[in-house]
Design a protein around this ligand. Structure first.
Ligand SMILES: Cc1cc2nc3c(=O)[nH]c(=O)nc-3n(C[C@H](O)[C@H](O)[C@H](O)COP(=O)(O)O)c2cc1C
Length: 211
């Protein structure tokens, strides 16, 4: 991993095409180990990573995602949005092509503040507004670590929430029990594409310095 942090951050891309080369198990473990060095709310480490290399299992997961999107497509609200639905499928199914796909699960974290707010009658949306969903933020930090480490090791990956449409089915396929639930898939492999950097908003649009 001969790369500076700046190089890793600037060079990372979402990679959606992979060479078939398998990834050594030691590398898979090391990616997860470094992902779990991320900060987490109250150090609860409310994540769980399942690395899937078995193609049959990946196909089952993809079928579940495809079925979930088809169900969405059958809703009356989807009428006239067929192209969007096709886009969601394309955006959600390519993980089967990667030599390893990490399924990332989260155990919802309820702090003392959450409990008091809930007992006081606040709903989930109100609590999230006042608490900032620290469990989701923690998982995001770990996934970003994973992607940066994968890149620094010469691999490429893609953070995917599209497949979460089949969260319940994927939990079952991977035999992960509640309260853990799927929050993302992260396929990783040797990149078979070299996409340009996606544009970012100008810094001054998203940054204010209060002196
Ligand atoms: C929370 C989250 C969910 C995402 N879900 C998907 C997804 O389901 N499918 C996909 O192809 N890309 C997904 N992406 C990747 C984004 O499209 C990508 O990060 C963005 O276009 C910027 O490109 P870059 O990662 O190359 O900088 C997701 C990214 C994030 C952070």
């Amino acid at each position: 991993m001969e790369m500076t942090l700046k190089e890793a951050i600037e060079g990372r891309r979402s990679i959606r095409r992979y060479k078939p080369d398998p990834i050594p198990e030691d590398d898979i473990r090391e990616m997860v180990r470094l992902a779990t060095l991320a900060p987490s709310g109250s150090n609860k480490q409310m994540w769980k990573f399942v690395a899937v290399t078995n193609k049959e299992v990946l196909q089952k997961m993809a079928q579940a995602v495809s079925d979930a999107v088809d169900i969405m497509a059958s809703w009356p609200e989807a009428e006239g949005r067929e192209r969007r639905i096709l886009g969601i499928k394309n955006y959600s199914l390519f993980f089967t092509e990667a030599p390893v796909t990490f399924a990332v699960f989260m155990e919802p974290y309820q702090s003392a503040a959450d409990t008091i707010m809930k007992d006081h009658g606040l709903n989930r949306e109100e609590i999230n507004h006042l608490r900032g969903a620290p469990d989701f933020q923690s998982i995001g930090a770990a996934i970003q670590n994973l992607l940066l480490v994968a890149h620094a090791m010469g691999y490429g990956g893609c953070w995917m929430c599209g497949p979460v449409a089949a969260a319940d089915e994927i939990n079952k396929i991977l035999e992960v029990k509640p309260p853990y639930s799927l929050v993302a898939l992260v396929p990783v492999g040797v990149p078979d594409e070299d996409p340009p950097a996606r544009p970012r908003k100008p810094l001054d649009e998203v940054f204010t310095l209060v002196k």
